[in-house]
Design a protein around this ligand. Structure first.
Ligand SMILES: C[S@@+](CC[C@H](N)C(=O)[O-])C[C@H]1O[C@@H](n2cnc3c(N)ncnc32)[C@H](O)[C@@H]1O
Length: 342
């Protein structure tokens, strides 16, 4: 089956991308939205981060999915699986395989292949990086018989809006890679509201979350080990994006990337620190940024949860925690919520 990629347009309610970037650059300290970092280069750099020996998140999540996908697929019991920020979808593949196996078993037919094709299961990845969406969708279609992939190219809100206006069989939403933690509390609340409006009663939301493990472990996890530059390159790519997209004149050598843990908010903050006094013009947004030496630009939040905090936050939007799976050291979890009536 061939994959389709559909550009999803923001609806009138969504704040336009340029306005988001301009408003965040005006905050103190200035920050950049996570999605801006993911073009073809940014996605490739993120994949390099996932291969760093110190970055446990991807490996632990993969192991959890290897072990528990059959059970999760059964509990999700959906015909359409949408995913927010699907990226390479390498881990989601495990869930989709379990899902297809289950589907085949439920509907026995003359031959497995013929039945799979006749009762296609839909995967609807939503991502801002078109190149990654195309590559991952093509690979899944080539390898998984009976899977129909419709990539929704755009921001989460636009993808969810598309789902609301294109109803189909039972739906579930996955949000893996602990992407939920890459937003502020207000942004997470707004997004949960959108997800809740998209899912019907009884439908599932599968979220993964990295759990708080204190400063030392987290600062080790989010900074490059000696001899590597994946995090540094990924963070600096935000400036390249501003230069390319808005004609800004950031000099990448004038910034040092790092990440620190903020214990008050249980958040790892990815930053770029100015090495010199500078005035950077961003003509495409009609602004100039005054950055004195030592000024910080925030290029990424990673909120660390505890189970209760996560259940409370998601629960406030009409979801009940149904099951959860943690690794042996309780460093990381997959959490399955079910939508109930408000
Ligand atoms: C941290 S990566 C995780 C990728 C994948 N889920 C994984 O676990 O490996 C985040 C992904 O979400 C996408 N993304 C980030 N913010 C987004 C947004 N607001 N709307 C759509 N896609 C977004 C990025 O392009 C990227 O592919």
């Amino acid at each position: 089956m061939r994959a389709r990629i559909i550009p999803v347009a923001d609806s009138g309610d969504t704040v336009p991308e340029d306005t988001v970037v301009r408003d965040l650059l005006r905050e103190t300290p200035p920050r950049l939205p996570p999605w801006l970092g993911y073009d073809e280069t940014g996605s490739r750099l993120f994949e390099r981060i996932t291969e760093l020996p110190i970055y446990h998140l991807t490996r632990v999540e993969r192991r959890l999915l290897e072990r528990h996908s059959p059970e999760i697929a059964k509990l999700l019991a959906c015909e359409r699986l949408a995913e927010l920020g699907s990226g390479s979808a390498k881990k989601t593949r495990l869930l989709l395989e379990s899902h297809l196996r289950l589907h085949l078993r439920r509907r026995p037919g003359p031959t497995a292949a013929a039945t799979a094709t006749a009762t296609a299961t839909a995967y609807l990845p939503i991502d801002v990086d078109r190149s990654m969406l195309e590559t991952s969708a093509a690979a899944l279609c080539a390898d998984l018989d009976g899977l129909e992939v419709t990539g929704l190219w755009g921001r989460y809100e636009a993808g969810l809006e598309w789902l609301r206006t294109h109803p189909g069989g039972p739906l579930a939403v996955a949000f893996l890679g602990s992407g939920f933690g890459n937003a502020t509390r207000a942004e997470r609340d707004a997004l949960l509201g959108e997800i809740a409006r998209t899912l019907g009663r009884g439908e599932g939301l599968l979220l993964s979350a990295d759990l708080d493990k204190g400063r030392e472990a987290l600062e080790t996890c989010y900074n490059d080990p000696p001899g590597h530059s994946a995090f540094a390159d990924f963070r600096l790519n935000y400036l390249t994006r501003l230069n390319d997209r808005y004609g800004a004149d950031f000099a990448l050598d004038d910034f040092v990337p790092d990440a620190v843990y903020n214990a008050e908010t249980s958040t790892v903050e990815g930053r770029l620190r100015a090495l010199t006094d500078q005035e950077v013009s961003v003509p495409g947004l009609g602004i100039t940024l005054g950055l004195p030496r030592g000024a910080l630009l925030n290029v990424g939040y990673s909120v660390k949860f505890d189970e209760q905090r996560l259940a409370r936050e998601v629960g406030a939007h009409g979801f009940a925690l149904r099951s959860r799976w943690l690794d042996e050291e309780a460093r990381y979890g997959l959490f399955l919520f079910r939508r109930h009536e408000d």
